[in-house]
Design a protein around this ligand. Structure first.
Ligand code: SF4
Ligand code: SF4
Length: 314
């Protein structure tokens, strides 16, 4: 993606103090001048002189041309306007692991797809904090206590965990987060900036209807479109988890977890009616919100007229 000639003051005006921030932590993942307050909102420690900022260019709330990102991440545009590019959608169950996610992370470690995993830690019990913070684990037994059951309420600056893992010497970093986090990570990886994000070898995304933040009403991604693998129980039948496999990395992980006995495939062709309904509902509602704001520029999402008509149709 091209660099846009904007930096931290533009990010503050357009996103942070404009109610659009997702508290994802991408802007500060590779910049030591950005900290996050107790709810996960970025704070700049001094007036930055950069004219082309990594912070601005990596934020999921700035330029987000979906078709172009699909082509760069997956080599082609999406066939499914709502769910994003994917190769397969299946439903799975746990076999011996406590949860599907833990099973996937166990397989990722044992197949050496990752040497560190960034997971969310619920920080609401820490005095004054009201979000999730990242924790970097190096083995599956450490991962166990940080596996959430579903997408994260209150999100949190988790992407900073990738910066931390990289600075501590990890070079195959796994990441678990909400769609906003995955978009941020992918934008940094696709950008011309050279950062530790390029050591991210596995991106698992939660499907997310809303993270309960002010900025969530501008979010158009339910299905974690920029992950290798999206997981979710919303729209799945009881005791099953829907998995959207988007690329070879995602498929390799599923194969490894099935082979390793951590998970089993419950249904190779699950009913997607509810999943599509949930995805369309969020996209339609929030695209219409976007169109009523200063982000109402078609080029923000790079949607075609046809796509816009689809989302405006209800
Ligand atoms: S990168 Fe994330 S935390 Fe930073 S301003 Fe953008 S949405 Fe907010
Ligand atoms: S709705 Fe979910 S994915 Fe979107 S910004 Fe909020 S927490 Fe992130």
């Amino acid at each position: 993606m091209l660099k846009v000639e904007k930096s931290s003051p533009d990010l503050e005006t357009e996103v942070i103090y404009n109610g659009k921030c997702a508290h994802c932590g991408t802007c500060g993942a590779f910049c030591h001048h950005i900290a996050y307050d107790d709810v996960g909102l970025p704070q700049f420690e001094f007036e930055c002189q950069e004219t082309i900022g990594l912070c601005y260019n990596s934020c999921p709330r700035t330029d987000l041309p979906l078709g172009k990102i699909d082509e760069m991440l997956f080599g082609q545009k999406r066939a499914d306007i709502a769910l994003g590019f994917y190769k397969d959608i299946i439903s799975v169950k746990t076999k011996k692991a406590d949860s599907v996610l833990l099973g996937l992370i166990e397989a990722a470690f044992s197949e050496k797809m990752i040497d560190a995993m960034v997971l969310p830690k619920d920080a609401t019990k820490i005095k004054g904090k009201n979000n999730n913070i990242p924790v970097v684990v190096k083995a599956v037994k450490e991962a166990k206590k940080y596996i959430p059951e579903r997408s994260l309420q209150l999100a949190g600056p988790l992407v900073t965990g990738i910066g931390e893992a990289w600075e501590n010497g990890a070079n195959k970093i796994g990441f678990l987060g909400n769609p906003c986090h995955l978009t941020g990570v992918s934008k940094v990886m696709l950008s011309p900036f050279s950062t530790g994000a390029n050591y991210t070898t596995l991106k698992i995304g939660f499907m997310c209807a809303s993270g309960g933040l002010l900025g969530c009403k501008f979010c158009v991604d339910f299905a974690a479109e920029h992950s290798d693998l999206s997981v979710g129980t919303m729209g799945a039948v009881k005791e099953e988890t829907l998995v959207i496999i988007r690329n070879k990395t995602g498929q390799d992980l599923i194969d490894a977890a099935v082979k390793g006995g951590q998970i089993e495939i419950a249904n190779k062709t699950p009913d997607l009616t509810k999943l599509k309904e949930l995805t369309n509902r969020k996209k339609r509602k929030n695209i219409q919100t976007l169109l009523g704001t200063d982000m109402a520029k078609i080029h923000y999402l790079g949607l075609s007229l046809e796509e816009l008509k689809y989302f405006m149709s209800e």
